[in-house]
Design a protein around this ligand. Structure first.
Ligand SMILES: [Zn+2]
Length: 251
């Protein structure tokens, strides 16, 4: 770990699930206007695929059109410059997601061999700030909900914001914070909470930390601005600190 972020915040590790029947999965929980909560997706790969009902059927074109519209809305409403430029999104069969042996080696060394099996999407940073986003949903369109694909695509877009962070947890937090911001607009929800339960998983630690920051009241834009060390919308690297005045919640 060569970088550290949110130095004033004492993060707790992810809590393993209490009941043994609860699967240890990554679960964003959406808080609706009415205060009702529901789970949007489980850890890709461990989730049981159900047949989606025909009203939820989607095509690649639907996802890309929604993406273009939501990026524009988020960009307009947050004043953050978000763009589709230099970001190539392709849908591939899951088994063809990460074909380069070098990429597989790098990802396995960061996330572990097991995690490699669970990857459902992948963002590759190319020279000159170009990005290849690959979504492993080709052929399973009828078994995956559109909002799940939208969330994963949003997460991958989050990896394209600002510089690549060498700390894997921080890099995931950047993507997760953007996913949360984006999905709030996409679903029209009050909060899109992140959570994780496995203290040994980079993705779980990231989501758990996003949730802890959300609980302090720190906005997604403030998380992103801090992580990229610059401005994001109306917020800067230190904007999150205004939430730390309340005693005991953050120190
Ligand atoms: Zn990620």
């Amino acid at each position: 770990m060569s970088e550290w972020f949110f130095p004033e915040v004492k993060f707790h590790p992810p809590k393993p699930p209490e009941a043994s029947h609860v699967p240890a999965s990554v679960k964003p929980v959406v808080q609706m206007e009415q205060g009702e909560e529901y789970v949007v997706r489980d850890q890709p790969g461990s989730a049981k695929l159900d047949v989606v009902n025909s009203a939820e059927a989607w095509t690649e074109g639907d996802i890309l059109l929604d993406h273009r519209n939501v990026l524009k809305i988020v960009s307009d409403e947050t004043s953050a410059p978000l763009t589709l430029k230099r970001r190539w999104i392709s849908f591939v069969p899951r088994q063809e997601l990460i074909t380069s042996p070098v990429d597989r080696h790098i990802l396995a060394s960061i996330y572990g061999e097991d995690a490699l099996m669970n990857f459902i999407a992948y963002c590759r940073r190319l020279p000159d700030n170009k990005f290849n986003i690959r979504l492993g949903y080709k052929g399973v369109e009828s078994r995956v909900k559109k909002k799940e694909v939208a969330a994963v695509n949003a997460h991958e877009h989050g990896h394209t914001i600002g510089p690549h962070l060498t700390d894997p947890v921080a890099e995931e937090m950047k993507a997760d914070a953007f996913e949360s911001l984006y999905m709030g607009y996409y679903l029209g929800t009050v909060r899109y909470f992140m959570d994780g339960t496995n203290p040994r998983s980079v993705h779980h630690i990231s989501r758990s930390r996003i949730r802890q920051l959300q609980e302090i009241g720190i906005r997604e834009e403030e998380i992103i601005a801090h992580l990229i060390g610059g401005n994001f919308g109306d917020f800067n690297q230190d904007s999150y600190k205004r939430h730390l005045r309340r005693p005991f919640t953050s120190v």
